[in-house]
Design a protein around this ligand. Structure first.
Ligand code: 8YV
Length: 320
């Protein structure tokens, strides 16, 4: 007998209870991330799956898409679509949706948070107080001076929604902002620098906010060298935009001054060399991890699935 509710395959957890409750009430949920033998599970349930929910970083392989013959939509619970083969989905007529606009403010906020944490050395300062070192070392000389953020030259790589929101915030700190992207944007007053090397040379802080679909490894030893010994790298986009081994070497060798990183090449594995560095602040891919963003993202995922299963083209589909 055909089940009364459509089947949805979920590849990543959703952390908002209300979204999970709605999913549960409307669909038969197949939470693959909770399953040990994933291949066997897909062999058993794959034929019934009508929708997939995945994370931006997780995406979906073409191989898995091929095992879901009834698939009507891939809803990415995030804005990065670099882990989904959009051309393949297009060729199969499968809509792929993302949550554009839902997380912009929070990702931009974390970029600024990382800048302030790195330049003002907030994490080592926090450790100094919390581990009881202050009374043992009461002299102000016990902690070296940090660096000012206000007024620093900020270079933004990728002037999409998030890049623009970072620009607004940096400008409020009195920072001259410049940017690079595939083209100059008429509606942006900030200086466009076509060449990433030049932007790095012209920046005190280089912030990565670009999509990683076609831009892997763009920040390499040469770009870090151009950013220079007083320069900082901030990445809230994708780890693979950076040649991570070059970044580790640049930090070890004082080629750049510091880094704030939310994303890595092989999450959750982070190069251990970064752990002991005071001028490096690390996060576990958390830029959109607020109740506000994740609720708005979850609601967009729910709409995409409902529209596709009702036979409509999901709003904002990237492939149909
Ligand atoms: C999320 C992301 O962590 O938007 C993206 O592309 O990588 C992040 O916002 C992820 O998609 C959550 O599922």
């Amino acid at each position: 007998m055909k089940p009364t509710k459509p089947s949805i395959l979920q590849l990543n957890p959703i952390l908002v209870p209300a979204i999970n409750e709605t999913l549960e009430s409307l669909y038969i949920m197949h939470r693959l991330f909770q399953v040990d033998d994933k291949d066997a599970y897909i062999r058993e349930h794959g034929a019934a799956i009508e929708g997939v929910i995945t994370g931006g970083h997780t995406g979906i392989s073409n191989d898995l898409v091929d095992k879901l013959p009834a698939l009507k939509v891939i809803a990415v619970n995030g804005v990065g679509t670099d882990a989904v083969d959009l051309a393949y989905a297009r060729s199969r007529g499968i809509p792929v949706t993302a949550t554009f606009g839902a997380l912009t403010e929070d990702v931009a906020d974390l970029a600024i948070g990382l800048i302030l944490a790195v330049l003002r050395e907030i994490c080592p300062g926090n450790d100094f107080v919390k581990t009881g070192k202050w009374p043992e070392n009461p002299s102000p000389a016990a902690i070296p001076l940090s660096r000012r953020f206000s007024g620093k030259r900020v270079g933004i790589v990728g002037m999409g929604k998030v890049g623009r929101a970072i620009a607004v915030r940096a400008a409020a700190f009195g920072c001259p902002v410049a940017y690079t992207d595939v083209r100059a944007m008429d509606d942006i007053a900030h200086r466009f620098v076509p060449d990433l090397l030049q932007l790095a040379r012209d920046s005190d802080i280089l912030v990565l906010a670009a999509a990683a679909d076609k831009a892997q490894g763009i920040v390499d030893a040469a770009v870090l060298d151009a950013l220079g010994r007083d320069g900082y790298l901030i990445n809230i986009a994708r780890g693979k935009l950076v040649v991570e081994s070059d970044l580790v070497q640049a930090l070890q060798g004082g080629v750049i001054a510091g880094a704030g990183l939310d994303v890595f090449v092989d999450e959750p594995n982070v190069p251990a060399e970064l752990f002991g560095m005071d001028r490096v602040v690390l996060q576990a891919h958390r830029a959109s991890a607020t109740v506000e963003s994740r609720t708005a993202m979850g609601e967009m995922v729910l709409s995409s699935i409902a529209q596709a299963l009702a036979g409509q083209r999901p709003e904002g589909s990237l492939t149909t």
